[in-house]
Design a protein around this ligand. Structure first.
Ligand code: HEM
Length: 110
C-alpha cells in the first residue's frame, strides 16, 4: 500500500492558503458544481467518460448522510478531542481515509 500523501488537488494556488483545512464554507457563493465543469472538484470525473450515475450517487449519499444525522447523536470516544482526529488520506483512485474514524452513535428517535 502506498503511504498517505497530501492530495495534489489541495493546491493553494487553485484554492487559498487554507487549502488543507476542512472548510466547506469555501463553497458558499461559489459557482463550482459537481457536474465536471470545474476542475477543482471532480468527484464524478468529467467529459464523455464522466460518471453516468451522478444523480443516483448524490441521491444515495444525501439519503445515507441525512439518516445518520437524523437518527443518531454522534460522539467521539472518551478522551478523543475533535482537533486530534487524524484526517490523513490514502491517495488512490478514490480517496479514502488512511485510518479509521471512530465515532459513537446513540439512537435518538426512541
Ligand atoms: C457517490 C457515488 C459515485 C461516485 C463518486 C462515482 C464516481 C465515478 C468516477 C470518478 C468515474 C470515472 C469518470 C471518468 O473517468 O472521468 C465513474 C465512472 C462510472 N460510474 Fe460512477 N460514481 C458514483 C456512483 C455511480 C453509480 C450509482 C453508478 C451506476 C448506477 C455509476 C456508474 C458509473 C459508470 C458506468 C462509470 C463508467 C463510465 C464510462 O467509463 O464511460 N457510478 N464514476
Amino acid at each position: 500500500m502506498l503511504p498517505p500523501i497530501s492530495h495534489p488537488r489541495r493546491d493553494p494556488n487553485a484554492w487559498s492558503e487554507n487549502a488543507e483545512e476542512f472548510y466547506p464554507e469555501r463553497f458558499i457563493g461559489s459557482n463550482i458544481d459537481l457536474q465536471g465543469h470545474h476542475f477543482e472538484l471532480l468527484p464524478f470525473g468529467s467529459g464523455r467518460r464522466g460518471c453516468p450515475g451522478l444523480q443516483m450517487g448524490m441521491t444515495t449519499v444525501y439519503s445515507i448522510v441525512d439518516q445518520l444525522v437524523h437518527c443518531f447523536n454522534w460522539e467521539l470516544p472518551s478522551g478523543v478531542n475533535a482537533k486530534d482526529i487524524d484526517m490523513t488520506e490514502n491517495f488512490s483512485l478514490s480517496m479514502g481515509r488512511a485510518n479509521h474514524l471512530y465515532a459513537k452513535p446513540t439512537y435518538r428517535l426512541s
